[in-house]
Design a protein around this ligand. Structure first.
Ligand SMILES: [Zn+2]
Length: 118
């Protein structure tokens, strides 16, 4: 499916690994501020179609995860996971035709006790 940031500078094409079945919120120090719902894609199944040069990288802590944002509108598009660097988390809200509200109650990942910190 196609995804775009709000200003349209960045466009991605992605095939989700499990559709919306593994949609999750996360309460780690970063995600709790960002407040988005993420789904999963393999690294090989996500392509930045347009605006790669417009993406900004944010890293913190162990600097394993790579969080990507549009430098113009600030929208988070996707991130390479720390829990599984072979996967991206993808912001459901940037996906064409998806209203996160339609996902209803979305389970929380325990980001306070991150698997990589145990
Ligand atoms: Zn943008």
């Amino acid at each position: 499916m196609k995804g775009t940031c709000h200003c349209g500078a960045v466009e991605i094409e992605v095939e989700l690994l499990n559709g919306f079945a593994d949609a999750r919120r996360c309460d780690c120090s970063f995600c709790r501020r960002r407040g988005t719902i993420a789904v999963t894609a393999r690294l090989s199944d996500l392509r930045v179609v347009r605006g790669a040069e417009n993406l900004t990288l944010y890293q913190f802590g162990t600097r394993t995860a790579k969080h990507w944002f549009c430098r113009t509108c600030g929208n988070y598009t996707h991130h390479q996971r720390r829990s599984n660097p072979g996967e991206y988390g993808v912001n459901v809200a940037i996906l064409e035709g998806v209203n996160p509200r339609d996902l209803g109650e979305v389970p929380w990942t325990d980001g306070v006790n991150h698997p990589s910190d145990r």
